[in-house]
Design a protein around this ligand. Structure first.
Ligand code: NCD
Length: 307
């Protein structure tokens, strides 16, 4: 696997590469639609998704089409690919990579995108590997923090919800660590941060809490997540008070005025709809930023003229 070609983990990025990616994302936001169509004219992106997706797949597809390329896609690869006939992921990827220029893969197994990269002759972009990582989501989350709050080094980011299985949390926390961002984590014990990640983050962890109320007044960025119910064999066995990990009407009063609220979406009960009109609610702007960041990522991987 050549690390510069595939996007499997945020560990493949450094601050310099991220800065140049975000500069291009800024350009993508403003570029004339006709000019954008010339950037990857004729390229083909294949999106193969073994797990449900709305934002990741649609934004990647929209990004490719806006850049002048085409897309071939299956949104339910468990049923509508040869996986249903017992084909191994490695064989599917080996064959797919003969048909197009880049593969976006979402799979339910941690480590699957790394395996796919070993068998692909074209770049593989992870769209999430089970409870592992979701690098492009973390990049758009970080881009949103830069836009809305400025330098991540100066922020205190509070992660809330399913820190154990939330792959976006794992990727974003690793990315923020590169900027020495201070972080706090709020979850029930059963959904706490994986030990391995806790060790990686070390002194950047300011605290771990069992209720958002304990730390909300010190947050610059609040990163909410839903419980990843699909990762549990018996979701009903996961019992805790959801209100401790939700933005309630009372809690919002304790937030500082400059605090922003992010969420990779989809949300469940952790953010009530009435909060959407609050200027701090940045999650739909965050989802839109995903389009520009993914345009920049595709350009970086596929445009030979891009330095
Ligand atoms: C997330 C994911 O799939 O990991 N969604 C996304 O890509 N925006 C978060 C989630 O499913 O909870």
């Amino acid at each position: 696997m050549t690390s510069s070609k595939h996007i499997i983990s945020v560990q493949q990025f450094d601050q310099e590469r991220i800065a140049s990616l975000f500069k291009r994302a800024d350009v993508m936001r403003r570029i004339d639609r006709r000019d954008a169509r010339e950037i990857l004219r004729g390229s083909i992106m294949m999106a193969i998704f073994y797990e449900a997706s709305t934002r990741t797949r649609f934004s990647f597809e929209s990004a490719m089409i806006r850049l002048g390329g085409s897309v071939i896609t299956t949104e339910n690869a468990r049923e509508f690919s040869s996986a249903q006939k017992g084909e191994k992921l490695s064989d599917s990827i080996r064959v797919l990579s003969c048909y197009g220029d880049v593969i976006v893969l979402r799979h339910f197994d941690k480590g699957s995108t790394k395996i796919a990269a070993l068998y692909s002759s074209v770049p593989v972009i992870s769209g999430g590997d089970g409870p592992g990582e979701h690098p492009t989501q973390a990049l758009l989350d970080l881009y949103t923090i830069f836009l809305e709050r400025g330098n991540p080094s100066a922020q205190h980011v509070v992660f809330v919800g399913d820190l154990r299985y939330g792959r976006t949390v794992h990727s974003l926390a690793r990315l923020l660590a590169m900027y020495k961002t201070r972080m706090s984590f709020v979850s029930p014990e059963i959904l706490a941060l994986p030990e391995e990640l806790r060790t990686e983050l070390g002194e950047l962890i300011l605290g771990e809490y069992r209720s958002l109320a304990d730390v909300i007044n010190h947050a610059d960025v609040i990163y909410m997540t839903r419980v990843q119910k699909e990762r549990f064999s018996n979701p009903d066995a996961v019992a805790f008070n959801g209100q401790d990990y939700a933005l309630t009407f009372e809690l919002v009063n304790f937030m500082e005025e400059h605090t922003i609220v992010l969420h990779p979406l989809p949300r469940n009960e952790e953010i009530p709809d009435w909060f959407d009109n609050d200027p701090s609610a940045a999650y739909f702007r965050q989802a839109q930023n995903g389009l520009y960041v993914r345009m920049a990522i595709l350009e970086e991987l596929l445009n030979p003229f891009h330095k």
